[in-house]
Design a protein around this ligand. Structure first.
Ligand code: AMP
Length: 363
């Protein structure tokens, strides 16, 4: 199937009444601050919501319009797309939108203008592309081990589709790798054919910081919007178990994300933070034109050499942005007001309309 025609999207945008734009997204993930922020910037909001999931949008009263669907993936159905276009919608992508709409559909059949670069979403989803972007940026990432036989220290093992940390494991030797693979097969967390897909990387012992940036295409500048840290089950529950019982109760910890804490970093680490943001966005401009537009997140671990090591990235609004719905220490410093990521996105749309440059930030 052929890719979405850029001119087609620009034609749809051209037909929109710019004084009557709707900001729309799927009711999940990080949509609350997108709706709240869009309303604060004067836009109408529309939630595409699976039946039974509407409660937060009603109770927080952030959505003006409800497009109710049987399942989230129906957002790509022709009738839903038509309703969105009829409302002059610009869609804000987030993790659940990408997961439910599906990358292939976003690239080929989703004919609704979206904020950001729809082509870059694949660079987050495919580990080889993600690594290429990070390697070419020259940022510090965990070393990759190509063959399990070469494991000679602590490694983290990941599988495709195991995003969210379920099915990650730690190993210290080739033998332990084999044992844990067997255990994963028995739990049905992986299938036989997944084994060759195992991604093995240096285990970075350090503290977790997920850094949320906003790249403004209009200003050609990266802003630091906030930082969160993950709260993951079962690994974070395990630290509350006495050491002598930990092996019995949690021999195979998982890393399933259940929530986030807002955090700040040591101030002396911030030069690295800005350098990472600048490098990744510059490289993206070359590799996936026009590069990032809007939110991105670099998930990092900071070791005791005070190196910020990036182990994952999000090329759209990350769930950790929910920790600063009313602004973070950094978004306050930057903007002098408590700004959420959603509101920053909506403001970029507003500026794009004002400057007549919407076509530069929409795909
Ligand atoms: P992710 O699903 O990629 O967000 O990863 C889930 C969790 O696994 C992270 O929050 C980290 O706690 C941990 N993790 C991922 N990669 C590494 C690594 N290379 N070294 C140590 N921990 C890691």
């Amino acid at each position: 199937m052929s890719k979405i025609n850029r001119q087609g999207i620009l034609d749809i945008l051209e037909g929109y009444d710019k004084d009557d734009i709707t900001i729309a997204t799927l009711g999940s993930h990080s949509s609350l601050h997108m709706f709240q922020g869009a309303k604060a910037e004067g836009f109408r909001t529309a939630v595409v919501c699976e039946k039974g999931r509407e409660v937060p949008y009603q109770r927080f009263n952030v959505a003006d319009e409800y497009i109710m669907v049987d399942k989230f993936s129906d957002i790509v159905n022709d009738d839903v797309q038509q309703q969105l276009r009829d409302m002059n919608s610009i869609v804000f992508p987030h993790g659940s939108f990408v997961a439910y709409a599906g990358l292939d559909n976003i690239e080929t059949i989703f004919n609704v203008p979206m904020f950001g670069n729809r082509d870059i979403l694949r660079w987050e989803a495919e580990r080889d592309l993600e690594r290429k972007l990070m390697t070419e940026s020259g940022i510090r990432i965990p070393k990759k081990i190509n063959n399990p036989k070469d494991i000679d220290g602590t490694v983290m093992v990941k599988f495709p589709g195991a995003r969210g940390g379920r099915g990650y494991f730690v190993a210290n030797s080739p033998e332990e790798f084999d044992q844990k693979i067997d255990a994963m097969l028995k739990r049905n967390w992986i299938e036989e054919e997944d084994i060759k897909e195992a991604h093995i990387e240096e285990y970075v012992l350090g503290c977790n910081y997920c850094i949320h940036y906003f790249y403004s295409g209009l200003k050609d500048e990266v802003e630091l919007m906030g930082i969160d840290s993950r709260y993951e089950s079962t690994i974070d529950g395990l630290v509350r178990v006495p050491a002598k019982d930990q092996l019995d109760i949690g021999a195979d910890p998982s890393y399933v994300i259940t929530g986030n804490h807002p955090v700040v970093m040591r101030e002396s680490l911030l030069p690295q933070v800005f350098e990472i943001g600048d490098r990744i966005t510059e490289t993206a401009k070359e590799l996936v034109k026009p590069g990032f537009n809007g939110p991105l997140c670099m998930q990092t671990l900071v070791n005791d050499n005070l190196e910020v090591v990036v182990f994952e990235m999000s090329a759209r609004s990350d769930g950790g942005t929910n920790t600063f719905m009313n602004g973070s220490a950094y978004s306050y410093l930057y903007h002098g007001e408590p700004l959420s990521m959603g509101r920053r996105m909506a403001r970029e749309i507003k500026n794009g309309i004002k400057e007549n440059r919407l076509d530069e930030i929409i795909t």
